[in-house]
Design a protein around this ligand. Sequence first.
Ligand SMILES: Cc1ncc(COP(=O)(O)O)c(C=O)c1O
Length: 340
Amino acid sequence: MRPSDLPIDLRSDTVTRPTPGMRAAMAAAEVGDDVYRDDPTVNRLEAAVAERFGFESAVFFATGTQSNLAALMAHCARGDEYLVGQEAHTYKYEQGGAAVLGSIQPQPLENEPDGSIALERIAAAIKPDDIHFARTRLLALENTIGGRVLPLAYLRAATQLAHARGLKAHLDGARIFNAAVKLGVTAAAAVKGFDSVSICLSKGLGAPAGSVLVGSREFTQGARRWRKALGGGMRQVGILAAAGLYALEHHVARLAEDHANAAFLAERLRAAGLSVEMPHTNMVYLSVPPAQVAPLAAHLAAHGVLASIGARTRLVTHLDLARGALERVAELIEAHFAAR
Ligand SMILES: Cc1ncc(COP(=O)(O)O)c(C=O)c1O
C-alpha cells in the first residue's frame, strides 16, 4: 500500500510503511551474525553513518531508546549525573531508563520555549567536586525537540560550555536530519561539537526500525558492550540495516516535503481562525479548547483520520502523507470548527 491507500495517520512519523524500493533493498540484503560483526550490511551502514556525521565510529541499535540509554551508560558510571531538559525524550519518555537501568542520576532542567536549556541554567547545575554530590558528567540535548530546531550557535555554545566544565555532550538526534534539512547544512555540521549522537532511521526517514549511535571508537566500544547487556545484540540484522541505507540515500532530501506539508496544514488552520504554532519541521501544534477535544477526536476518527487529539494536539507529517491527505485533514478540521 502506498500513501493514497493508507489511512491518514498524523500521530507520529514512526507510522510509515517501508516503500517497495526499501522492501526490495531489505530482501536483497547480504547478512551475517552482527554480534560477531559479521553482517556486511550493518557494517556498511555503521561506516556510512559515522562518515556522514563526521565521527570515528558507529553502532547500530534496535531503537532510539536503546541507543540513547547505551550512550548515557557509556558516558556515565553508576552514581554519575547527566543534565537533561524536562521535555527531553531521554528524561520524560523513556521511563527514566538512565536511572532505572543505568544507575545514573538525571538532573532535569527547564526547557526554554524554543526547546533549548539556558546556558546559565546548565552552568549553575554542574555540581562541584564534593562528596555530597553526584558527579556531573554529561549534558544531553535533543534536536529537533518537539519539532523545533535548535540554533547552531546555541548548540556550539552549549557543547563548549560542557567541555570547558569537563563534561561530555550527547545529542538525541532522533530527528537530526529534519534539523539539517531545515537549516540547509550537512549532517556533520548539524552535530558539530557533540561527543555522541543517536540518530533514528525509523522516524522521518521511514525505515521500519533502527537507530545508529556515533562517537569515538572508544565510546562506541563501550556502547556496544552495553547494547549486548540491554538485549540489543541482534543477529542477521542486515535486513534492517539495508532499510536504513536505503533511507539515507532516498529519504533525507525529501524531508523538505514533510516540512512544506506541515507549513501548509498550519497555514490553512490558522487562516480558519484556529490557534496554531507555525512549525519548524514536520510537527504542527494545534490548540484545541477542552470542550472540543473529544468531539474533534470523534469527528476525525469517523472520517478515518488517526490523530492524538488533546489540548495541545500534535499533528505530524511524514513519508506516507502526500499533500492531498493534508488538504483533507485541513478540510475536516475546518468543517468541525465551522459547525461550532
Ligand atoms: C526525540 C526522540 N528520541 C528518542 C526516541 C525513541 O525512539 P524509539 O521509539 O525508537 O525508541 C523518540 C521516539 O519517538 C523520540 O521522539
